[in-house]
Design a protein around this ligand. Structure first.
Ligand SMILES: [Fe+2]
Length: 358
């Protein structure tokens, strides 16, 4: 029953949003949309999120239990939600935006969709490097972009750095997805910051040279390719290994068991990490509730489960990752503020174009 009720409320809320967007009137429609999904004086926070995990819903319920603030959720793809907020403008119902990748959070910020937040609770929960210097977004979870290798062919003692994969030794052996993907844009942006644009371009050119095939598919497909013998190593995000190990598809489980996770640049500049994160929207109607919600999500109680839902690392350093995530080992991270991933995004795209990384 509870599930059905929730679905009904969700549908009613989504419908109300469509109506608001459709008729373009702003006066009382916002509060009417809220009223349709809750009792008269129910406090709410309206969330636009690119996440879609059942455990998230449980955390939202827990938040409501603790605060009396109901969480209304609209799920969608990151770029679609960003477009939607742009179109909705001041009329948007969104109070909080959650998405993956600091590059996407940067786009939301630069599009004027977020607002600065002063919260000592959030500042204490989340390390400085995982949040926007202007306080417009905050990391919720961390993921590492690592090298995975085919265990039957590659001795991990021969692996060292991202840079080494651009050397002639790896010709025809490196599998990685398209440069259109934000994860690769952010990876290259981190290199622009750390090694400078020229060395970053040299690296990208070297990788293009060493590709086992033209980029295609998502991160998971890179792992599948090397297990199938197309390439020996792949660059991918750690959580996909976790997702495949727990997949209902036996082939994905087999792929996950056939690859090893290697954290590059441990003796040098550290492994590339990125985040999923949250911000309060520029036109939020429930700002205080929105801040409370992000304080809750970054807090010790929520962080473990929130990160475990996608086999990620908690952004709050006081919280341990799940056992599976811990089993990949501890590692040294790149020492940069993640806002640079957005700042160098355009530069990274130009480099990818110049070196022909499709
Ligand atoms: Fe992903």
């Amino acid at each position: 029953m509870k599930q059905g009720m929730r679905l009904f409320l969700f549908t009613a809320f989504a419908l109300a949003l469509v109506l608001v967007a459709g008729c373009g009137e702003q006066d009382q429609n916002g509060s009417k949309a809220d009223d349709s999904s809750s009792s008269d004086d129910q406090e709410v926070v309206n969330l636009y999120t690119s996440r879609h995990y059942d455990t998230d819903r449980e955390l939202y319920d827990l938040f409501e239990e603790q605060t009396g603030i109901k969480v209304n959720v609209i799920e969608g793809k990151s770029d679609e939600l960003i477009e939607r907020m742009k179109i909705e403008g001041e009329d948007t119902e969104a109070d909080v935006f959650i998405t993956a990748d600091a590059g996407n959070l940067h786009v939301a910020k630069e599009s004027g969709l977020l607002q600065p937040v002063q919260s000592e609770v959030i500042f204490n929960n989340i390390p400085e490097k995982l949040r926007d210097p202007d306080h417009q977004w905050f990391g919720l979870t961390k993921r590492a972009r690592v090298i995975v290798y085919a265990k039957d062919r590659v001795d991990p003692s021969g692996l060292s750095t991202y840079e080494a994969l651009a050397e002639p030794e790896w010709e025809g052996r490196v599998t990685v997805r398209s440069s259109e993907n934000i994860y690769n844009k952010s990876l290259l942006a981190s290199f622009v910051e750390i090694m400078g644009p020229e060395a970053a371009e040299e690296w990208a050119a070297g990788i293009v040279n060493n590709m086992s095939r033209d980029p295609q598919g998502n991160d998971r497909d890179q792992a599948k390719a090397i297990v199938a013998g197309t390439g020996d190593v792949a660059i991918m995000n750690t959580y996909y290994v976790g997702r495949m190990i727990n997949s209902e598809d036996p082939h994905e489980v087999e792929v996950a068991e056939s690859i090893g996770v290697f954290f590059p640049n441990q003796e040098t500049t550290g492994t590339h990490v990125n985040i999923s994160g949250a911000g309060v929207t520029a036109h939020a109607k429930n700002v205080e509730n929105a801040i409370k919600f992000i304080e809750f999500l970054t807090g010790e109680e929520a962080q473990g489960e929130f990160a475990a839902a996608n086999y990620e690392y908690p952004a709050n350093p006081n919280v341990e990752p799940s056992e599976l995530v811990k089993s990949w080992g501890e590692f040294k991270e790149q020492d940069i503020n993640l806002s640079v991933l957005g700042e160098h995004q355009q530069e990274a795209m130009k480099i990818f174009d110049r070196v022909g990384w499709k």
